[in-house]
Design a protein around this ligand. Structure first.
Ligand code: NAP
Length: 583
């Protein structure tokens, strides 16, 4: 008869499962700073289903998802699970781990008690009809990330996983190294190898964003193993050596360029020309690094909003930009001319299935994938590790924490088939950009659509609008329209046709865009019909003000023409809304 509970670091005999276990728990009543949200507790060791495995955790990887789970934003992961019928009122996070198999369900065939394993974080219901038909489990509605969307992750003495998640642990890596790479490396593998003819192959060129980061450091190595060339993007020259030791042909310091961000409006001749100059300079820098005039046929994307326009532009004709995140924002702007004329592909990608995770792990087993462990912590410091990540004070690369392993550096035996240099990051290296949201933020779908409660004071458009319409005709010159604007001190003029219908709006922005790249006389001589924003975004006078605001922000407009019985009666603008907010 074994003990009911073992101390941390006191490993139970292999195969003996104690009734209780130590774990770092998050509870809803302490959501907030990771150093406060994570607390040590003792809970029952979870039971397993027929397709599941109980693993004694030696070390766990640290990822952003549990920084957000600790804060309870943007989702309360505990409430979400309780709603789905799971009873536990706590969350044990952890989506990366290395450990030893202690118990297997009767249907598990790929591992046995005593096996040393690492685990990928993709879970799905084996009875899902899509999966049973042979569909990619990554598209299954039952897909969940273990240790974020599921409970009993790796921040405990024992973790509950599906048999298919278990993969052999690389013998040459110690416990903390082997706990650090799976989530990022499997994600990078699918991004690079999961997209048919667009996938990476010998002789290709890939541009890798965040080359020193978790995903990027894995991507450089996967590209190298495929016999392709990579150019790594970093935020400083101090990280060049690191990326080149991993296998990049060369690096670019993104801080040498300043054309980042959403695309300028395509009507903005001067703004667009400046952007083109920036992005062309960046393309030329890629040629310089490559030593030949070649464009990357694969762009490995995750910064998102600030870099997508550049990624699409520099991508080779017929190439692919593959994206798994929007670290800098989610509204990516694309100049569709480059996408369709040069037949490029913008491909979304999320984690990886079991086959892809195992293909990636073959690289690690052979010694061709350095886990890029930049910092390891003791069990006691698990909350601190998350706090550093939340505060953006952690190094690039990947981090891990000891759980069952008594000391750093244990668990390695044997030599890999291939020996590679272990690169080190510059001393004192820390991240410079904070993360926005966890990778698995649930997205609304038709199925999950629920009536949302919106707090609104009930103000209507008619309460704030300016009555009366100041208009021009389509044939008025821009000079005439400008005079109306200045004389009447308004920001936009409605363009009315002969029948009295509003056919467009000339805004101050349209006016300024008309002047971009033209002389004042050329701009003044243009007609309202040439520069107006065609169509007229309207709202009814009885529309809720909040709906009108959504309409304006959604269309990136500053004003709407207000109608009553389809006849224009006034204008509502963002300025009016701001005045109301200020009170
Ligand atoms: P990470 O280790 O923090 O690396 C992110 C990298 O992005 C950093 O190395 C940083 O490098 C670079 N970066 C930051 N701001 C940038 C900007 N404005 N422009 C260009 N590069 C910028 O994170 P990670 O583990 O690689 O993950 C990256 C993103 O992918 C995160 O949002 C993560 O949540 C997501 N992710 C998604 C999945 C999935 O399955 N969908 C899986 C893993 C991760 P420099 O500062 O040196 O440029």
């Amino acid at each position: 008869m074994g003990k009911q509970l073992y101390d941390i670091g006191d490993q139970p005999p292999v195969g003996e499962v104690p009734e209780k276990m130590h774990a770092w728990l998050i509870r809803a009543d302490r959501f907030g700073k990771p150093t406060e949200a994570f607390q040590k507790e003792v809970v029952n060791t979870p039971s397993i289903a027929d397709d599941e495995v109980l693993v004694y955790v030696m070390a766990a990887g640290i990822n952003y998802n549990n920084v957000w789970a600790a804060m309870g934003i943007p989702v309360n992961v505990i409430a979400a699970r309780n709603k789905a019928g799971e009873p536990e009122d706590f969350h044990i996070g952890g989506s990366d781990a290395s450990g030893i198999v202690y118990k297997v369900g009767k249907d598990v065939t790929n591992v046995k008690v005593g096996d040393e394993v690492v685990m990928h974080c993709g879970t799905w219901d084996r009875n899902c009809s899509w999966v049973k038909k042979g569909g990619d489990p990554m598209y299954s509605p039952s897909f969940k990330i273990w240790g974020y969307e599921t409970n009993f992750g790796s921040f405990a003495q024992f973790t509950k996983v599906q048999g298919q998640q278990c993969m052999p642990k690389p013998k040459h890596m110690n416990w903390e190294e082997s706990a650090a790479y799976t989530l990022v490396a499997a994600t990078a593998w699918r991004m690079l190898h999961g997209w048919g003819a667009s996938s990476i192959k010998k002789g290709d060129v890939a541009l890798i964003w965040g080359g020193a980061g978790g995903l990027g450091s894995m991507a450089i190595q996967i590209v190298k193993a495929a016999g392709a060339t990579s150019v790594a993007m970093v935020s400083g020259e101090d990280k060049f050596d690191y990326c080149m030791k991993l296998g990049a042909k060369g690096c670019i310091n993104r801080n040498e360029f300043d054309h980042w961000g959403m695309l300028p409006h395509w009507k903005d001749g001067a703004g667009y020309a400046k952007w083109l100059k920036g992005v062309r300079g960046f393309g030329a820098k890629i040629w310089e690094v490559l030593g030949e005039k070649r464009a990357p046929n694969l762009v490995f994307e995750h910064p998102g909003e600030t870099t997508i326009p550049t990624s699409i532009f520099v991508c080779e004709t017929g190439g692919m930009v593959v994206v798994c995140a929007g670290t800098t924002g989610y509204n990516a702007t694309v100049d569709l001319r480059y996408l369709w004329m040069r037949q490029k592909r913008l491909q979304g990608s999320h984690f990886a299935n079991s086959v892809q995770s195992n293909e990636m792990n073959q690289l690690a087993l052979r010694g061709q994938l350095d886990p890029c462990l930049s910092r390891a912590f003791t069990y006691e410091d698990l909350p601190v590790a998350h706090q550093l990540m939340g505060d953006n004070k952690h190094p690039h690369g990947n981090m891990a924490v000891l759980i069952g392993a008594k000391e750093f550096g244990l668990g390695a035996s044997g030599k890999p088939a291939v020996t590679i240099v272990h690169p080190t990051l510059p001393k004192g290296d820390v991240h410079t950009t904070p993360h926005p949201y966890p990778m698995s933020e649930p997205l609304p779908s038709i199925e999950s659509a629920e009536a949302l409660t919106i707090t609104d004071d009930g103000s209507k458009v008619r309460d704030l609008m300016h009555a009366g319409i100041i208009s021009c005709t389509p044939d008025d010159t821009v000079g005439t329209v400008a005079k109306i604007m200045v004389d009447k001190e308004i920001h936009a003029v409605v363009v009315m046709d002969k029948q009295g219908s509003a056919v467009g709006v000339v805004s101050q922005t349209d006016m300024v865009l008309a002047r971009q790249g033209r002389t004042p006389d050329q701009a003044r001589a243009m007609l309202a019909s040439e520069i107006m924003t065609p169509g007229c975004a309207t709202c009814d006078a009885d529309m809720l003000l909040s709906d009108a605001v959504s309409l304006m922000t959604g269309r990136r407009m500053h004003r709407l023409v207000v109608t009553e019985k389809d006849k224009p009666v006034g204008v509502i603008s963002m300025t009016d809304v701001v005045r109301k907010i200020i009170g």
